[in-house]
Design a protein around this ligand. Structure first.
Ligand SMILES: [Zn+2]
Length: 88
């Protein structure tokens, strides 16, 4: 079931994508290739995926410490995004 619109109209697709690190200091760094299956809601477009362990290790190794969101900080960012969405 789609967590966004509760539709059961979903399909699975193969994908290949390049994940880039954010920030000016990372502009010249190559991204990390991720090959994974995507579950896409065909009604609202909500997308779910899981990063394979090998690519996840690469992302974890190259993500700058200052840009990581952990624990309460990550939860606060989610709440802020929801607040902004409600106010818009
Ligand atoms: Zn949906």
């Amino acid at each position: 079931m789609c967590p966004s619109c509760r539709s059961n109209n979903q399909a699975e697709f193969a994908s290949e994508m390049v994940v880039h690190l954010s920030g000016r200091e990372n502009l010249d760094k190559p991204g990390v290739w991720v090959f994974s299956k995507l579950s896409i809601c065909l009604d609202c477009g909500f997308l779910r995926s899981k990063v394979p362990a090998s690519a996840l290790a690469q992302l974890a190794a190259s993500a700058p410490i200052g840009q990581r969101l952990v624990g309460e900080q990550a939860a606060e960012d989610v709440l802020s995004a929801e607040r902004i969405r409600r106010e818009a």
